[in-house]
Design a protein around this ligand. Structure first.
Ligand code: HBI
Ligand code: FE
Length: 292
C-alpha cells in the first residue's frame, strides 16, 4: 500500500490519484479533427437512438464547440448540474483508483485520442469514448447518483473479492445498457453510444438477445470485450437502475457464489425477452465477418 492509500504507484508525470493535467493547449490540430469527425458521425446517427438524458446532456455541455473539449470548461456546467467533474488520466487506471474517483463524483477520462486509422475500434478508452460516451449521462441527476453508488459499491466489492460480478453490472449498464421508452428502446451505454456500428447493431440487428435488466441475472452473464455484445439488457427507467444499487449486495454475492454463470447467448426461463436473437453475427465470427 503506497503512502496515498492505493496499491499501485502511478506512471511518471501522474499524480498519486493517477490524474494528469489535460493541457488542452497541447492537443495538435489533427487530434481535434479526429474528435470532430467522430462527433459529427455520431450526432448525425444518435437522434432516435440515444436516450433523451444523453441528448440533453450533449446539449447542456455544449460539446459541439468543435474539437476535443477543455475539461475545465465542461466542469463549470457539469459540476453545477450534478456535482460531477471530469479528470484527465493517462489511460486505464487500477480498479481501486477508478472506484475511488467515481465514489467522489470524479469521472476519469483518458486524455489521449485515437489515431485517424482507429476511428472504429480501439482497445483502451480514449477521450472520445470517455467524454462523448460517458460524460453527457452524468448531467442526469439519477444516473449521476447511480455512478457514484457504483463507485462506492466497487470499493466494497474490492474489499470482498467480488469485483468480477460488479464489473458485469458496469459492463451491461454503464457501457452497453439499453433503456425502454414509450418510443421504443434507446441507448444509454457509453460503449454503444461512442461506436457508430454498435449504435446501429445494438438496436436494429436481429442477432443479439435483448433481455429485461435484473441485477442477479446481469451479474451471472459473462461479456465480450472484443466485439459487439451477444446480449443487451434493458432497464425500464434510470430510476430502476439506481434502485437496484439499494439491494443488499452481500446477500446477492453469497447467492452468486453458489450459482453458475449463464452462457452469454442463453435465454433463461425467467428472462423478460425483448428480442430472442439469431446470434447470426457471433456465429459468423463477429468482427472478422463484418470486415470481410
Ligand atoms: N480506468 N480510466 C479507466 N476507465 C475505465 O473505464 C476503467 C478503468 N479502470 C478499471 C475499469 N474501468 C473496470 O475495471 C471497471 O469498469 C470495473
Ligand atoms: Fe467506458
Amino acid at each position: 500500500m503506497s503512502a496515498d492509500g492505493f496499491n499501485s504507484s502511478p506512471p511518471p508525470g501522474a499524480r498519486a490519484d493517477w490524474t494528469i493535467d489535460q493541457d488542452w493547449a497541447a492537443y495538435a490540430p489533427g487530434e481535434h479533427e479526429v474528435w470532430t469527425t467522430l462527433y459529427e458521425r455520431q450526432t448525425k446517427l444518435l437522434p432516435g437512438r440515444a436516450c433523451d438524458a444523453f441528448l440533453n446532456g450533449l446539449d447542456a455541455l455544449d460539446l459541439h464547440r468543435g474539437g476535443i473539449p477543455d475539461f475545465s470548461r465542461i466542469n463549470e456546467e457539469l459540476t453545477r448540474l450534478t456535482g460531477w467533474s471530469v479528470v484527465a488520466v493517462p489511460g486505464l487506471v487500477p480498479d481501486e483508483v477508478f472506484f475511488d474517483h467515481l465514489a467522489n463524483r470524479r469521472f476519469p477520462a483518458g486524455r489521449f485520442i485515437r489515431k485517424p486509422d482507429e476511428l472504429d475500434y480501439l482497445e483502451e478508452p480514449d477521450v472520445f469514448h470517455d467524454v462523448f460516451g460517458h460524460v453527457p449521462m452524468l448531467t442526469d441527476p439519477t444516473f449521476a447518483d447511480y455512478m457514484q453508488a457504483y463507485g462506492e459499491g466497487g470499493l466494497r466489492a474490492l474489499g470482498r473479492g467480488q469485483l468480477h460480478n460488479l464489473a458485469r453490472l458496469y459492463w451491461y449498464t454503464v457501457e452497453f445498457g439499453l433503456l425502454q421508452t414509450p418510443e421504443g428502446l434507446r441507448i444509454y451505454g457509453a460503449g454503444i453510444i461512442s461506436s457508430r456500428a454498435e449504435s446501429i447493431f445494438a438496436l436494429d440487428d436481429p442477432s443479439p438477445n435483448r433481455l429485461g435488466f435484473d441485477l442477479e441475472r446481469v451479474m451471472r452473464a459473462p461479456y465480450r470485450i472484443d466485439d459487439f455484445q451477444q446480449v443487451y439488457f434493458v432497464v425500464p427507467s434510470l430510476q430502476a437502475l439506481l434502485d437496484a444499487t439499494l439491494e443488499d449486495f452481500g446477500r446477492l454475492y453469497e447467492r452468486l457464489a453458489r450459482l453458475p454463470d449463464i452462457p452469454i447467448e442463453a435465454i433463461e426461463p425467467g428472462d423478460q425477452v425483448f428480442t430472442s436473437g439469431t446470434q447470426a453475427y457471433a456465429k459468423a465470427g463477429g468482427r472478422l465477418a463484418r470486415n470481410s
